[in-house]
Design a protein. Structure first.
Length: 245
């Protein structure tokens, strides 16, 4: 099995603060990999470094066999990585459909890549995945509910036909019934061919859908393994799953 993403000896500093310390993470093609950990563990920084928003102090990042460590955000997006950010970051003043179209920027550079759909095909895909967005396609995005905005953020990330979808806290602040729907959609996204790297505060739900997981503490991997095994690990249960398996 080939790897879609390899993070090797990654170090990221914010001034005197060492956010990520010699981090090594592998994401196999076609898998869902979760990164768990407390606030400040370096989870979001790791994702932002992979997508080029934050620059590494040292280490290397390989995507689909190519070194992308020094690439720009736009270059990384063109290579096939989409980042669904924490906090949704919906574009106010634009409709649902206009927000989605923004996500397709840069897709033209990958039109010849296998698996890259047209904008119209991606609209159909997103609206099939999230029928509520289809009902509200002409509605101003800022008038959507929190759950609908999260659906829109995910849909916007899918508009570029990503090889790797990076998701940062997709369930944050949502009602339990919406959270269940979001995780169901993440599984469907993987089934439709995308590889997923997921940062989530909902450790239990993440481990239920992930193939593999890493637990970060203070910028380092403290635990890793198959999600089906970690969900029963007493240390992880005690620290992140509320004492319940």
């Amino acid at each position: 099995m080939t790897n879609m993403l390899e993070v090797k000896n990654l170090m990221v500093d914010y001034g005197a603060i060492k956010a990520v310390k010699s981090l090594n993470i592998t994401v196999p093609r076609g898998h869902i990999v979760a990164i768990l950990g407390a606030n400040g563990a370096g989870k979001s920084t790791t994702l932002r470094t992979v997508s080029g928003i934050v620059k590494a102090k040292s280490g290397e990042i390989f995507f689909d066999g190519k070194n992308i460590t020094e690439k720009s955000v736009y270059g990384i997006a063109k290579a096939g990585i989409s980042h669904c950010p924490e906090g949704r970051q919906i574009l106010n003043g634009l409709t649902v459909e206009e927000n989605l179209r923004v996500g397709a920027c840069g897709m033209a550079a990958r039109r010849k890549d296998p698996g890259v759909k047209t904008i119209e095909q991606n609209y159909d895909y997103v609206y099939t995945l999230f029928p509520r967005l289809a009902e509200r396609r002409k509605q101003q995005a800022n008038t959507l509910s929190g759950g609908e905005q999260q659906m829109l953020a995910i849909g916007r990330s899918l508009m570029a036909s990503p090889k790797l979808l990076i998701m940062d806290e997709p369930s944050l602040g949502l009602a339990p019934i919406i959270v269940a729907s979001i995780f169901k959609c993440i599984k469907e996204i993987r089934q439709n061919g995308a590889t997923v790297l997921l940062v989530e505060q909902n450790a239990l739900q993440s481990l239920k859908i992930a193939d593999y997981a890493y637990v970060l503490e203070l910028g380092k991997v403290s635990m890793e393994g198959k999600a089906s095994e970690l969900i029963h690990d007493e240390r992880l249960v005690e620290a992140y799953l509320g004492g319940k398996k």
